[in-house]
Design a protein around this ligand. Structure first.
Ligand code: NDP
Ligand code: AKG
Length: 444
């Protein structure tokens, strides 16, 4: 059995009940086999892979808070500090009822390679809670965030661990979390990113993940002598990543015809009116089906199946494993040519293989959605310097980082004779920097 297979089996045996973590590790180790085989003795002698797949630390805690009826509620809180070889832990907080330790371990593991690809000095981490902000009042969300930060504040700091947003954690939540950190620790520092512009946030951070996904698509297309103008898009989700991916796709001449939330999807053959989606989702915190009530000619379908809508480009921007083999088959049958992941691991392993085997150019989330965390790192730089860059300056840096990530993944794939295999390329390029730093720092 190869070293990568051995380590994968050990991960499955030692982390029972964590299928998403197993999946993320499998995808990376399968890609790394070509690299590991060449250096097996060197890596085995220091148990490199065993250390790479084991989080440095997992903190788990109780989050008690009082709801609007005066009832005490209790949620689970976590922070997974996965790998600090190249910098302080960095990665978002997710508030969603599905959150558990295994999901946060998969996200922290992915984050380690993603952050490495950005070229910036940030390690990998992720955290969150099974708290559901949907349907809660602002006061309830504040009470929860204050309780969550009361515990988390003991383990984070501007130079140790810098959380940000993810599913269910946007500007409102980051504000409450930051206020409580400042109150407890007495420190006004860049301990969180995605902050509001009046208290240390960076211009373009809100847009960065979605814009970055489309900048990445643009590079893939340029490398294949194609362009965004005139292409038809389907974008899943209607949260932060999806909205700004749609905005950038439209700015570059793409036509987005469908979006969704966890209840169902909208189809607007004339092109999605993004100001209406923003009003429903960012202002009213409503459901995507309201779009069809407001726009003539648009339809709403309850449940799954958005992948049946014909498109050239499919951007999954909602959540893990949203695109399965059936969806991949429908995309290929309808002539889709590009799948670029805005969400973290939204495509199952068999769907990924099917897409790639059928000529779809596929860019994995750890490369394609890295613009968000990269811009978070730019926010950290601005906080340290006590300076704010203009929107143009940040956007230009973001754009250049995405171009650079594309070339890292493309070059690594070519070096190992796997041209256009961006899954392998991104994993190998992300791994190389982390491993170099881990080897240099000794057994730790
Ligand atoms: N925000 C960021 O900067 C970054 C986010 N990501 C990743 O991008 C993805 C989206 O995050 P973000 O936009 O921030 O989160 P948001 O909470 O802003 O939005 C999530 C969106 O996905 C939808 N969704 C969630 N679960 C499902 C489902 N099972 N089926 C269909 N739709 C679903 C939500 O619908 P509903 O409202 O019904 O729940 C919502 O529209 C996540 O995978 C996240 O980890 C990656 C890099 C950075
Ligand atoms: O901005 C950040 O620090 C983290 C973003 C994030 O959670 C992600 O890249 O998945």
């Amino acid at each position: 059995m190869s070293y990568t297979e051995e380590v994968y089996e050990r991960v499955v045996a030692q982390n029972p009940g964590e299928p998403e973590f197993h999946q993320a590790v499998k995808e990376v180790l399968d890609s790394l086999k070509v690299v590991i085989d060449k250096n097996e003795e060197k890596y085995r002698s220091v148990s490199l892979l065993e250390r790479l797949v084991e989080p440095e630390r997992i903190i788990s805690f109780r989050v008690p808070w009082v709801d609007d009826n005066g009832v005490v509620q209790v949620n689970k809180g976590y922070r997974v500090q996965f790998n600090s070889a190249i910098g302080p832990y960095k990665g978002g907080l997710r508030f969603h009822p599905s959150v558990n330790q295994g999901i946060l371990k998969f996200l922290g593991f992915e984050q380690t390679f993603k952050n490495s690809l950005t070229g910036l000095p940030i390690g990998g981490g992720k955290g969150g809670s099974n708290f559901d902000p949907k349907g809660k009042s602002d006061r309830e969300v504040m009470a929860f965030c204050q309780s969550f930060m009361t515990e988390l504040s003991k383990y984070i700091g501007a130079d140790t661990d810098v959380p940000a947003g993810d599913i269910g954690v946007g500007g409102r939540e980051i504000g409450y979390l930051f206020g409580q950190y400042k109150r407890i620790r007495g420190l006004y520092e860049g301990v969180l990113t995605g902050k509001g512009l009046t208290y240390g946030g960076s211009l373009i951070r809100t847009q960065a993940t979605g814009y970055g996904v489309v900048y990445m698509l643009d590079e893939i297309m340029k490398a294949h002598k194609d362009s965004i103008a005139g292409k038809t898009f389907v974008v899943t989700g209607s949260g932060n990543v999806a909205i700004y991916a749609v905005e950038k796709a439209q700015q570059l001449g793409g036509k987005v015809v469908a979006m969704c939330d966890s209840n169902g999807f909208i189809h607007d053959p004339e092109g999605i009116k993004l100001d209406i989606v923003k009003d429903i989702k960012e202002v009213k915190r409503g459901r995507i089906k309201e779009y069809a009530d407001r726009v003539e000619g648009a339809t709403y379908t309850e449940g799954l199946g958005i992948w049946n809508i014909k498109c050239d480009v499919y951007l999954p921007c909602a959540t893990q494993n949203e695109l399965s083999l059936d969806g991949a088959k429908a995309l290929v049958a309808n002539g889709c040519k590009y799948v670029v992941e805005g969400a973290n691991m939204p495509t199952t392993l068999d769907a990924t293989s099917y897409l790639m085997e059928n000529g779809v150019l596929f860019m994995p989330g750890k490369a394609a959605n890295a613009g968000g965390v990269a811009t978070s790192a730019l926010e950290m730089s601005q906080n340290s310097m006590r300076l704010s860059w203009t929107a143009e300056e940040v956007d230009e840096k973001l754009h250049n980082i995405m171009i650079d990530i594309f070339h890292k993944a493309d070059d690594a794939a070519k070096r190992y004779d796997m041209e256009d295999n961006y899954v392998a390329g991104a994993n190998i390029a992300g791994f190389e920097k982390v491993v170099d730093a881990m080897m240099a720092q000794g057994i730790c």
